[in-house]
Design a binder for this molecule. Structure first.
Ligand code: UD1
Length: 421
């Protein structure tokens, strides 16, 4: 297994280009099976999750080419409608195929996704919505077996759960509804930029969707969708991670090819800590300080503070002056990184879904273990500023969601190398 070895204490300077958004491209890849002909998708990051989606598409019978950052998907050969556990266990986003398969082929058989280290990940909202559209859904031998022999019918679907809406359930239901007969309304739809990107992609293909970007989506069923060329939005979580890399190392980084307006809540908090972020049309330049203030954050659905930046922000707040309180409202158990950050010298106490962080002067290098994708990034950020050497093991988690992470950091002046465990 791969690990990172980091010699901490180097200020990071320079420019970094942000890759395409992981969470946007995954449902877009699944949605491409709705189109007739070849779909071309640009700005696709070369990530493990993307390769898993390619494996599923190929397994289903699609012909996929991936050259540089461009994917070509021809789904005319699809002749299978199931996804075995071996695919679903590595990546929950494979559930994104459910809606498109039911819409186009009127059936799907998917292994139920298991638990996940960031907490329980139910799929009740996906199932409820598909049932309301008329799919017959049974759970059998660990599989969701969906059948919509008579086609789907447009309906009103209320998608709110205890934690707000669901990103991938909104994506699945939008895809399911594009061929449903009549009008579908999704109330309490997720409004994340990645959901908007999918809605715009479907619209470019010929879907009739209104209310895009709002929690009230209206979808008028159509008969067919055409294939199109699409460019995926920049990854806002990678953007936030590199801004934090500049801030935590007291460096200065110009983060290019990003979309600043996707990061409003995050930038407000960074600014509240005393860090300067200059925004341009497609860049953010962060100028770090040697000293920054504590602040409180609460993770919320978009446009609130993203849960996918909670761990990385926490690493930064560990070195702030004062006490910060971090409350996780999306995945209340998403705190596995806390014990590892404490091993590096942080002072964090957990109380349910709230972490209390008393700022310390420095991190001290140690061996730590990555537990999930974003927690891995948090440990790397801490390692960048730790005194001495930090080893982060199990970085395969990181490969799922950060393209060329160590190379991009090396170009900014970080001393980070890959080793074997
Ligand atoms: C997506 C993102 C993930 C991000 C998350 C929240 C992708 C590939 N992944 O995951 O990176 O952390 O949004 O922004 O886009 N829930 C239910 N029932 C359901 C579905 C969800 O109760 O049927 C709950 C979840 O447990 C969680 C909350 O709703 O508490 C939000 O989860 P959801 O938006 O569905 O996350 P994902 O779409 O899986």
């Amino acid at each position: 297994m791969e690990k990172f070895e980091i010699n901490g204490g180097k200020k990071l300077f320079g420019e970094v280009e942000i890759s395409g958004s992981k969470n946007a491209v995954l449902p877009i890849m699944a949605a491409s099976i709705l189109a007739e002909g070849k779909s071309i998708i640009h700005n696709v990051p070369r990530l493990e999750d993307v390769f898993t989606m390619i494996k599923i598409l190929t397994y289903l019978g699609a012909n996929v080419k991936f050259d540089n950052q461009t994917l070509e998907i021809d789904s005319s050969g699809i002749n299978k409608f199931d996804a075995p556990y071996e695919f679903v266990k590595t990546m929950r986003a494979s559930i994104s195929f459910l809606g498109p398969l039911i819409a186009k082929f009127k059936k799907a058989e998917f292994s139920l996704p298991g638990g996940c280290v960031i907490g329980s990940r139910p799929i009740d909202l996906h199932i409820k919505g598909l049932q309301e559209l008329g799919a017959d859904i049974k759970i059998s031998d660990g599989y969701i077996v969906a059948d919509a022999e008579n086609g789907l019918k447009g309906r009103y679907i209320f998608l709110g759960g205890n934690f707000g809406s669901s990103v991938l359930a909104t994506c699945n239901l939008m895809c399911a509804a594009v061929f449903a007969q009549g009008e579908t309304i999704i109330e309490f739809a997720a409004c994340e930029p990645e959901v908007i990107d999918l809605a715009l992609y479907l619209s470019a293909m010929g879907a009739k969707i209104s209310g895009i970007g709002s929690p009230y989506l209206k979808i008028e069923g159509v008969k067919t969708l055409k294939s199109v060329e699409w460019t995926v939005i920049p990854d806002r979580i990678e953007t936030g991670t590199f801004i934090l890399a500049g801030a935590i190392t007291s460096g200065k980084i110009k983060v290019k090819k990003c979309q600043p307006y996707h990061l409003g809540a995050f930038l407000e908090k960074i600014t509240a800590c005393g860090i300067t972020c200059e925004k341009g049309k497609d860049y953010i330049e962060v100028s770090g300080k040697s000293f920054w203030q504590a602040t409180d954050i609460v993770t919320l659905p978009y446009p609130g503070f993203p849960t996918d930046l909670q761990a990385q922000m926490m690493a930064f707040l560990c070195l702030a002056d004062g006490v910060s309180v971090v409350t996780e409202k999306i995945f209340p158990e998403r705190f596995i990184h806390v014990s590892e950050l404490n091993r590096l010298g942080a002072n964090i106490i957990l109380n349910g879904a709230t972490a209390i962080i008393r700022g310390v002067k420095k991190f001290y290098g140690a061996k730590v273990m990555a537990s999930d994708l974003r927690a891995s990034a948090a440990l790397v950020l801490a390692g960048l500023m730790a005194e001495g050497k930090t080893e982060v093991s199990r970085i395969y988690h990181l490969r799922r969601g950060y393209e060329n992470f160590e190379k991009k950091l090396q170009n900014l002046g970080a001393e980070i190398i890959t080793g074997k465990e």
